[in-house]
Design a protein around this ligand. Structure first.
Ligand SMILES: *[C@@H]1O[C@H](CO)[C@@H](O)[C@H](O)[C@H]1NC(C)=O
Ligand SMILES: *[C@@H]1O[C@H](CO)[C@@H](O)[C@H](O)[C@H]1NC(C)=O
Ligand SMILES: *[C@@H]1O[C@H](CO)[C@@H](O)[C@H](O)[C@H]1NC(C)=O
Ligand SMILES: *[C@@H]1O[C@H](CO)[C@@H](O)[C@H](O)[C@H]1NC(C)=O
Ligand SMILES: *[C@@H]1O[C@H](CO)[C@@H](O)[C@H](O)[C@H]1NC(C)=O
Ligand SMILES: *[C@@H]1O[C@H](CO)[C@@H](O)[C@H](O)[C@H]1NC(C)=O
Ligand SMILES: *[C@@H]1O[C@H](CO)[C@@H](O)[C@H](O)[C@H]1NC(C)=O
Length: 805
């Protein structure tokens, strides 16, 4: 007691002394000093500053924070007292105690925030603001031994040199937690940390419970779903997993780039870049890309809509719970009912069509629409129901994660939301009368529909017997795990390892061979998984590997494919000991692959982007007919996750530039990868080679493209072919390849056009040299004779204008 009073008195004296004393113009706060008012610490080289700030447009709440000193507007990277602002900085102060705690004191010297450094002994401790933005406590000698540091306690920002992980001894996680909104650094609902289940990946969670994004597992080089971590020359990413702790850390190698990673209050993680030349922050990647993928972004009863500029809205009969927060795009308070439920006949249901159904449904074993409605109506805690192919689902308590879908999105369901009858808009209230009126219309329609069905059936019969391309539709079989175990002899014959798991050979009872893919690291809901599987099962083309079944039991998810006895294209191209492919066969493989991809892009009910086109994913049957495998994985991982998770699929070297820039992904990414693959099929070796192997052109396409444009396509040809190839075909394939790897998507042809060119229906112009091949590999520039001299011959479009042939 006595000691404490003395300390307080001491602080008081200090306070009086300092408020008239000199300001701190240093990077160090030592015992006995304090920071108050507009005083700041500035790191030695002037990169960072620490002091009081007011966030956003609020002007009454002050926080201790760290920001970039040289950048405008102020960008905060760390906040001390994020939950407890002070009203006046001149009456508050930041000090360092004799036991090494950084403490923020209120006007009456009550501590508001403390670093809880938990040092056992008293000493002459210092706090130093370092030039990487880290605030560190040391024991006096700047020994590099930090007793406490802000990098170990990040707020929403992960700085280069900082780390994010878990202390295996204390079980403590470092996590990034979003600001509530731009005016309030208090912890929001979104956070990123190492997977609490222990896998080596990062996850982003809602309220620390619901995972809605994961980085993909650390594969020794990068997190598989995070583009740009490895191929970027700017980052040095390291992951350490030892007996004490597990964490990742990154540094930036280019001193002209300033970067930071932030989990923002929209629930998305973003890597921000600031280039010295532009002085503007830009995001290089965002995850998840779709805002509505963020779990419960719009709060309880809120409806998320990616296509609506305001993103969140409330359904009829509801209003935003906290309008002021909604105005700051902080929708976490969700929506509230205008009128409380009557819990009886006074309630009705609002019909909402084409919705992603809310989370946390409860399934009822009720076999009718009416029964489902009644079941919900009879329990006052039921807020919504939906009756569809998956049966009767009801929502009791909260209704989170609702999303409005649009035409063409697919996967939408109809939800009936409980409201007091008076709040239901008349258009949906009057459906009884409308029903009577339309009954007559419906009856006559039934006759027409009946006729249509007969015609359609007849047509389908004809089509089925005719087209070999169109395999039997929707015939995916559901297997039990034990059946698959039996058929694969307990997964004993492993034939490959892909991006998402291992592939095992198996035999069906009718002795058909199958390939069983065991998916790993999936966080997909079972219902969604089944929906996607049935979509993929309906995809049938002679150049696509057929999905014939699946298994989804507990956390086990497996896919069953037809077995391809010819192995994969990469084995034939790159490995000795496999059957050698002559030019004729290679050309047929190229054409077949193009047809398969064109079908995925253009002919399927929903466009499927493969996202990982490469020789390893082209399988051959016994007659070397190519079949594209592994398509649809992106969608299988969850429609909402697709665009981001798909990046997990892309393999360095085949990745189109838009993956890294974070712009929306279109089928043109497959075109790009296909182009890269063509070079490999022609040359018979990998595009990326170790430089010792092939002399001076270590990234083959940049050399190859120049040769082709100079008219030397035959020089690319696999030496093993000994020049035996149709020169015209080689030339065309090479030109197509260069068109496919153009930087801008618009310049790349569609897969349909590629097929037409390869079939000889369209002619192909001489392509321009893609600029990225120069920028990425500037060391090649000196030996570039064509860039200028051949400019005039460059064409803007892949096909010659009509009539010019
Ligand atoms: C800090 O505040 C004092 C008094 O409030 C003022 O005189 C001084 O100019 C301010 N310094 C800066 C750098 O703003
Ligand atoms: C602050 O308010 C201005 C004007 O109302 C607005 O344009 C600006 O975006 C706001 N800034 C933030 C960070 O909310
Ligand atoms: C420090 O000690 C206090 C009280 O003993 C405890 O509440 C706090 O969690 C500890 N902090 C750390 C970082 O260990
Ligand atoms: C600081 O800590 C280091 C290592 O624990 C120790 O060697 C040194 O004597 C300490 N310095 C002071 C001033 O306490
Ligand atoms: C978040 O979780 C905590 C308990 O883990 C719970 O008390 C709280 O209500 C949750 N927040 C929301 C918005 O559901
Ligand atoms: C990347 O970081 C690791 C560990 O921090 C270091 O050993 C390595 O030299 C760094 N690589 C480069 C290219 O700086
Ligand atoms: C309504 O549902 C809740 C939650 O499932 C349950 O606890 C309650 O007993 C139900 N009430 C009635 C009247 O069925």
């Amino acid at each position: 007691m006595g000691a404490r009073n003395t300390t307080c008195f001491f602080f008081l004296l200090l306070c009086i002394f300092l408020s008239t004393g000199p300001s701190i113009a240093s990077d160090v706060l030592s015992h006995g000093q304090s920071l108050s008012g507009n005083q700041t610490l500035v790191s030695r080289q002037g990169n960072f500053e620490l002091g009081f700030f007011t966030p956003g447009n609020s002007s009454s709440n002050y926080y201790i924070g760290i920001w970039y000193k040289k950048l405008q507007p102020q960008t905060i990277i760390w906040v001390a007292n994020r939950e407890s602002p002070v009203a006046s900085p001149s009456n508050s102060k930041l000090t360092i105690s004799a036991t090494g705690d950084l403490v923020l004191l209120n006007h009456d010297n009550t501590p508001i925030w403390s670093s809880n450094s938990n040092l056992s002994s008293a000493g002459s401790y210092l706090a130093i603001l370092l030039d990487n933005g880290n605030l560190a406590v040391t024991n006096g000698s700047d020994s590099g031994l930090y007793l406490w540091q802000s990098f170990a306690h990040p707020t929403d920002t992960w700085m280069p040199g900082g780390w994010l992980g878990v202390d295996k001894i204390t079980g403590e996680y470092q996590r990034l937690t979003s600001w509530k909104n731009s005016d309030d650094p208090a912890p929001g609902l979104f956070s990123q940390s190492m997977d609490p289940d222990g896998s080596n990946q990062y996850v982003i969670l809602w309220n620390r419970t619901d995972i809605y994004w994961s980085s993909g597992l650390w594969n020794g080089q990068f997190f598989s779903a995070v583009p740009g971590t490895k191929e970027s020359t700017a980052f040095n990413f390291t992951f350490i997993d030892d007996k004490d702790r597990k964490f990742a850390s990154y540094t930036i190698l280019d001193s002209n780039v300033i970067t930071r990673y932030v989990v923002d209050s929209s629930g998305q993680g973003r890597q921000w870049y600031l280039f010295a030349s532009s002085q503007k922050w830009t995001t290089v990647f965002t995850q998840p890309l779709d805002q509505c993928t963020v779990y419960s972004l719009c709060g309880n009863f809120g409806v998320c809509d990616d296509k609506n500029p305001t993103v969140c809205s409330c359904p009829d009969g509801f209003h935003p719970t906290k309008v002021q927060e909604w105005d700051l795009n902080d929708w976490s308070s969700g929506c509230s009912r205008r009128t409380q439920l009557k819990c009886g006949d006074g309630d009705g249901f609002l019909k909402m069509v084409n919705m992603r159904l809310p989370a946390n449904l409860e399934k009822l074993m009720i076999g009718s629409d009416k029964g489902c409605e009644l079941a919900c109506k009879n329990n006052c805690s039921c807020h919504a129901y939906s009756y569809g192919s998956a049966g009767c689902s009801v929502w009791k308590g909260e209704v989170r994660n609702l999303q409005q879908r649009h035409d063409g999105d697919g996967g939408g369901d109809t939800l009936f939301l409980r409201l007091v009858a008076s709040d239901i808009p008349s258009s949906s209230n009057s459906h009884r009368r409308t029903l009577a009126v339309t009954l007559g219309v419906v009856l006559s329609a039934v006759v027409l529909v009946g006729a249509a069905i007969v015609i359609a059936w007849a047509y389908r019969r004809r089509k089925q017997t005719r087209a070999s391309e169109q395999a039997a539709e929707g015939s995916v079989i559901r297997f039990s795990y034990s059946t698959l175990q039996r058929m694969t002899k307990n997964f004993s014959d492993k034939v490959g390892t892909g991006g998402f798991g291992s592939v095992f050979k198996g035999v069906m009872p009718n002795s058909t061979l199958i390939a069983v893919k065991k998916l790993e690291g999936l966080r997909q809901g079972e219902k969604q998984f089944r929906t996607e599987v049935s979509t993929l099962g309906a995809v049938g083309h002679v150049n696509l590997v057929r999905l014939c079944g699946y298994c989804c039991e507990r956390s086990q998810m497996l896919l069953v494919y037809e077995y391809m006895s010819g192995g994969s294209l990469d084995a034939h191209l790159f490995h000795d000991g496999c059957t050698f492919l002559n030019w004729r066969t290679r050309y047929q493989i190229i054409l077949g692959t193009a047809r398969g991809l064109a079908y995925l892009h253009e002919k399927c009910r929903e466009c499927i982007i493969h996202c990982d086109v490469k020789p390893d994913n082209i399988l051959l049957d016994e007659e070397f007919c190519p079949k594209v495998s592994d398509f649809g994985m992106a969608k299988l991982l969850g429609r909402d996750f697709s665009r981001v998770l798909t990046t997990m699929r892309g393999t360095v070297g085949y990745l189109a530039p838009e993956w890294i820039s974070g712009s929306p992904i279109t089928p043109k990414v497959d075109v790009y990868s296909f182009g890269m693959m063509l070079f490999e099929v022609v040359s018979g070796s990998r595009n990326t080679r170790s430089s010792e192997e092939e002399g001076d052109h270590s990234f083959y396409p940049s050399w190859a493209a120049r040769e082709v444009i100079q008219g030397n396509a035959m020089r690319l040809l696999d030496p093993k072919l000994e020049g035996v190839a149709e020169a015209e075909e080689v030339n065309n394939v090479c030109k197509v390849a260069i068109w496919c790897i153009q930087d801008s998507e618009e310049r790349r042809p569609s897969m349909g056009q590629v097929v037409q060119i390869l079939e000889g229906v369209l002619d192909v112009n001489m392509p321009p040299l893609p600029a990225a091949l120069q920028n990425l590999f500037p060391q090649d520039q000196d030996q570039d004779p064509i860039r200028h001299s051949q400019r005039e011959e460059e064409q803007d479009s892949i096909v010659a204008p009509e009539g010019s042939t």
